[in-house]
Design a protein around this ligand. Structure first.
Ligand SMILES: [Zn+2]
Length: 107
């Protein structure tokens, strides 16, 4: 996609399953993730965080994103900016510390 946000990219993955309820997720966003190894070396990478319409329903930042996909069914090209703004709020709410619950192998 390559739609740049503040360090993360919208990475829409279809057919992805929620690891919590096994339902199909609305979308997934790739965000930067770094951690310290035992020897103190910082390792940078990315992780994929999925938005589940059931498990994340109560999350403040998630509701507008879910509503967007419910309304449009997909990303509308001329409304990408709108979606990016919604996703930004959701990602900020999820927070990098909570990212990483989804296995990379799910892709
Ligand atoms: Zn779920």
């Amino acid at each position: 996609m390559g739609h740049g946000g503040p360090g993360w990219e919208v990475d829409l993955v279809t057919g992805l399953r929620c690891h919590r309820c096994t339902g199909e997720v609305v979308c997934a966003v790739r965000v930067p993730h770094s951690f310290l190894r035992a020897d103190g070396t910082e390792v940078g990478g990315t992780r994929l965080v999925a938005l589940c319409p059931d498990c994340d329903r109560g999350r403040a930042g998630a509701a507008p994103v879910i509503a967007y996909f419910r309304a449009h069914g997909q990303v509308i090209a001329d409304r990408v900016e709108e979606l990016a703004g919604l996703l930004r709020e959701w990602v900020a709410d999820v927070g990098p510390a909570r990212v990483g619950e989804l296995e990379h192998s799910a892709r």
